[in-house]
Write a protein that binds this ligand. Structure first.
Ligand SMILES: [Zn+2]
Length: 260
C-alpha cells in the first residue's frame, strides 16, 4: 500500500468516526421529555452526575433525605396500618424511556396511618432500588400515590424470582415503543393483584429515586416480596438492563416497621 493510500484511508476512517459520532449524539436525547435534560443510569449522565445536569436536579446532589436506602435497624412495633382500596382500571402501558409504567385511572386509593392517597401509576426497577438488611431483590415495584395536598406516598414491593405474576406478564405483552403509550382496549387490570398477603411494611421519609429527586416523599416498603418468573425478569432486562439508583445515606433517618 502506498503512503498516499494509507493516509487517505486514515482520513476516511476519521471521517467515518466523526459521522458516526454525530449520529450517536443526535440519537441520545430521543426518548427524553421535551425540554428536560437527559439523564440515565450509565454513561456521562449516570446517577452520580444527576445533580450537575440541571439546577432543577440539585436535590439529587444536595438532598439529605434521598432514596433508595438500605432498610435496616428498623424501629419495631408501630401499629399504623396501610389499607389498600384498589379497584379495576383500564390497562394503559407507558414506556417512558427509563422504565415501564402503568398509568392508573382515578378512584383507587391507599390509606396510610389514617391519611388517604390516590394511586396515579406504578412502574418497575431492576435490580431492586431498596435493599432489606443488605439484600437486593431481582426487581422492585413502585406504586405512586398522591393526596389532595399534593404529597406523594410510594409503596415499594420487592420482586423475587419464582412463580410468574400473570398481571406483570400481561403488562409485558403490551409494551409500546419508547416514548409511547399503549391504551389497551377492553382490558382492565387490578393493581391489588400485585400485593403480597402480609401488609407489614417499613416506612421512612425519602425522595423520588429519579431526577428531580424531590424530597418529602413518604416511603412504604412492604416486608413480604411477591414473585416474578425468570422469563419476566429477562423480558424487562432486555429493554432496561439496569434502572436502579444506587443506595443513598440515611443521615440518621428513622425507619419504622409496622406490623399487621
Ligand atoms: Zn420508582
Amino acid at each position: 500500500m502506498s503512503p498516499i493510500t494509507r493516509i487517505s484511508r486514515k482520513i476516511l476512517l476519521i471521517f467515518a468516526a466523526f459521522v458516526f459520532g454525530l449520529f450517536a449524539v443526535s440519537f441520545v436525547p430521543i426518548f427524553a421529555v421535551e425540554g428536560a435534560p437527559h439523564w440515565s443510569y450509565g454513561g456521562a449522565a449516570n446517577p452520580t452526575r444527576w445533580g450537575d445536569l440541571s439546577t432543577d436536579f440539585a436535590m439529587c446532589e444536595a438532598g439529605k433525605e434521598q432514596s433508595p436506602v438500605n432498610i435496616t435497624g428498623a424501629v419495631k412495633g408501630s401499629p399504623a396500618k396501610i389499607v389498600f382500596h384498589y379497584s379495576p382500571a383500564p390497562l394503559v402501558v407507558f414506556n417512558n424511556g427509563h422504565t415501564i409504567q402503568a398509568n392508573y385511572a382515578k378512584g383507587s386509593t391507599v390509606t396510610i396511618d389514617g391519611n388517604e392517597y390516590e394511586l396515579l401509576q406504578f412502574h418497575f426497577h431492576t435490580p431492586s432500588e431498596h435493599t432489606i438488611d443488605g439484600k437486593a431483590s431481582a426487581m422492585e415495584l413502585h406504586l405512586v400515590h398522591r393526596n389532595a395536598a399534593g404529597k406523594l406516598a410510594v409503596v415499594g414491593i420487592m420482586l423475587d424470582e419464582g412463580t410468574e405474576n400473570p398481571l406483570i406478564h400481561e403488562i409485558w405483552q403490551n409494551i409500546p415503543a419508547a416514548g409511547k403509550t399503549n391504551k389497551v382496549s377492553d382490558r382492565t387490570i387490578n393493581a391489588a393483584d400485585l400485593l403480597p398477603k402480609s401488609k407489614a411494611y417499613f416506612s421512612y421519609n425519602g425522595s423520588l429515586t429519579t431526577p428531580p429527586c424531590s424530597e418529602s416523599v413518604k416511603w412504604n416498603v412492604l416486608a413480604e416480596p411477591i414473585t416474578v418468573s425468570e422469563e419476566e425478569i429477562d423480558a424487562f432486562q432486555k429493554l432496561y438492563q439496569v434502572d436502579a439508583r444506587p443506595l443513598q445515606p440515611t443521615n440518621g433517618r428513622v425507619i419504622t416497621l409496622h406490623r399487621e
